[in-house]
Ligand binder design. Structure first.
Ligand code: CO
Length: 258
């Protein structure tokens, strides 16, 4: 344990495979980028933390992680969220960390993935590295999480950024906010030549929403609904954290906060 640390804060997931491939991969990248800092993990989702605890895995919430760092003599912590947008979970993290600020000599916060205008172009470029070449008969449909929070406007802006970067074949919908599946389907239909849809999650991890709501066998999954609408589908279930260029963006945000 060193006096300096990075606390990587995620919403969390109970799916171990995607936890390793995304959250742990981002943490490893932070550890490599900040060799002089100890990297620690916290999750913000009480529901996920309780589920993991029931399975015998304890992961700290934000207060527990900060308390632990203080007890171990840490004086300087960079808190880096792996959240996509400046939404409810990120603001919960800020509120939970605030009471600890005075107890550290220095506490700083890296921004979520999509915050400043340049973040959108940066994420677009990072994800485009993994996209297939554009074809007139194919669209790429990302599933974001979405919420009631005002930061939900991030998804429309992200789609705009893709289009500005030349990927007008990209449509973004959300599972719990606006635009939803219905709006996304309408956008796909605006391009009558599209016959095939590549489905991808726009979430840090490819967990429950990706496996079930996006690609699942139930009739109401996006895949099944697109197939019912006559589209051929292909699902690519990689979380954002599986893209090296996206992990680099989280590292960059932590660096700017340091
Ligand atoms: Co959800």
């Amino acid at each position: 344990m060193t006096e300096r640390a990075v606390l990587a804060v995620s919403f969390g997931t109970s799916h171990r495979d995607t936890l390793e491939k995304n959250i742990a991969a981002i943490e490893a990248e932070l550890a490599a980028a900040f060799p002089e800092r100890t990297v620690r993990r916290a999750f913000t989702s009480g529901m996920i933390l309780r589920k993991l605890a029931g399975e015998g895995t304890h992961i700290d919430n934000v207060p527990q992680a900060l308390e632990r760092l203080l007890a171990e003599g840490c004086t300087d912590v960079v808190v880096q969220p792996t959240h996509v947008m400046n939404g409810e979970e990120y603001h919960k993290l800020l509120a939970q960390a605030e009471p600890y600020r005075a107890r550290f000599a220095r506490m700083s916060f890296g921004r979520p993935l999509l915050t400043a205008a340049e973040d959108y172009a940066a994420l677009g470029r990072a994800l485009m590295e993994a996209l297939p070449a554009q074809r007139a008969d194919t669209a790429v449909l990302y599933m974001g999480h979405g919420s009631e929070h005002q930061a939900n406007s991030a998804y429309a802006l992200m789609e705009y950024a893709f289009h500005d970067l030349g990927r007008k074949d990209v449509v973004i919908g959300t599972v719990e906010g606006y635009p939803g599946f219905g709006e996304a389907l309408r956008r796909l239909k605006e391009r009558p030549q599209v016959r095939r849809v590549e489905l991808r999650p726009l979430m840090t991890v490819a967990g429950d929403h990706a496996k079930n709501d996006l690609a699942g066998d139930e009739e109401d999954s996006w895949r099944r609904r697109l197939e019912a609408a006559g589209y051929e589908t292909v699902c690519v279930l990689t979380g954002l954290g599986e893209h090296p260029a996206v992990r680099a963006l989280f590292v960059e945000h932590a660096r700017q906060a340091e």
